[in-house]
Design a protein around this ligand. Sequence first.
Ligand code: SAH
Length: 459
Amino acid sequence: MTKAIAPVQKNEYYDVTFEDLTHDGSGVAKIEGYPIFVPNALPNEKGQIKVTKINKGYAFGRLVELHEESSQRTDAPCPIYKQCGGCQLQHLSYQGQLDFKQKQVKEVLTRIGKLNLDNVTVHPTLGMEDPWNYRNKAQVPVGEREGGLVAGFYQQRSHEIIDMEQCLIQQSENDEVVAAIKTIANCHGIRAYDEKKNKGWLRHIMVRYGIVTKEMMVVFITRTPDFPNKKAIIDDITSQFPAIKSIVQNINPKRTNVIFGDQTTVLWGEEYIYDYIGDIKFAISARSFYQVNPEQTKVLYDKALEYADLSGEESVIDAYCGIGTISLFLAQKAKKVFGVEIVPEAIEDAKRNAALNRIENAEFAVGEAEVVIPKWYEEGNAADVIVVDPPRKGCDEALLQTILDMKPKKVVYVSCNPATLARDLKVLEDGGYATVEVQPVDMFPHTTHCEAVACLKLV
Ligand code: SAH
């Protein structure tokens, strides 16, 4: 057998036309059918690339010069776009991003899901009217430069902290609070954590903002439990920002990339701040999971609710329920909702949030969806509708099998990874379900993250 030889060589230059975008936002050019992935290039563009790495079956390249620009190319407004890496699509127009996400969903549903798109409607991506300043949570690492504190982001592929004044996808309130805390902490001689020596004190600053209530929370993540100049620092922060309702310290003594440690104490104010998605109120603590773009979360969950098509008589299972966000949405229209989630603290939040909203027809259980739901089924409990919202790896096979055994009349699949969505839809289709429609929703503008909700019916 002859060894396949790549038609390109490392460090050589080639003139190419870009045909496509990968799911992580790189341009794809082909030479003799052999794909080369090139960051910062867009479909329909022509340019010169330098091949930087050759793998089996594909290569990577760097864009040297653009000869022809796409009509969808736009100037990335963020001055640190390339250094940061948090956004990948700022150089593509917003409409171009929405089209890219819809196309990506269509592509995997056909290639992986083997669906015939004549029978399944994949809607245009629902985007934001103003796709900036949407993140409600800032979580920035802290370092030192020439004696002063810097806070921002790790430079791509390094642990160098780059100082950041403003993040364009962040709520501007969060940026302002982070900048002020940097100044205040500098004035009070606070030292940053040094990860090489495992010395120093302040590791991360986290700020959360309730977009509806306008309440804010600040979390100091520190190496040790002490808090130098605590009173003065808290006074400075709270007098400058009346919106701050809670200041919390989390202690993480370990040499680790994991941001939070196990110990959390409230330094000032409340343990929780509150926010709303639609009519439902959520209590958010320092460690609670809460969707970072609540405006689009509402769009996504409204769609899930529409697809569930509840009359008030149904019993519904919400698998992978987190803090019960979807469950509480569904409970307003269902007879009974059962949420399942693996993280015990999230279930505590879910129960608290149900009580906070006086929702009495939602029950929550801790455990693996693929263990708890089969057990419910064995005990004779079946649901009329099942909603799943799994992590990126998709649903466990045992859960899909239980769905096929239980035969709910509807399955609503909320997905943050189109590839595993497509894989799981194929299993459900082979087992007797028909995918009726799929709605991509842009939860994270300017990034390649793509959320979608699919509606399936038992046929
Ligand atoms: N539906 C929620 C959270 C979705 S994120 C919301 O919209 O807010 C996916 C959730 O699945 C996470 O909370 C994660 O902790 C949980 N999870 C991961 N594996 C799980 C499993 N095997 N069984 C149940 N929950 C799981």
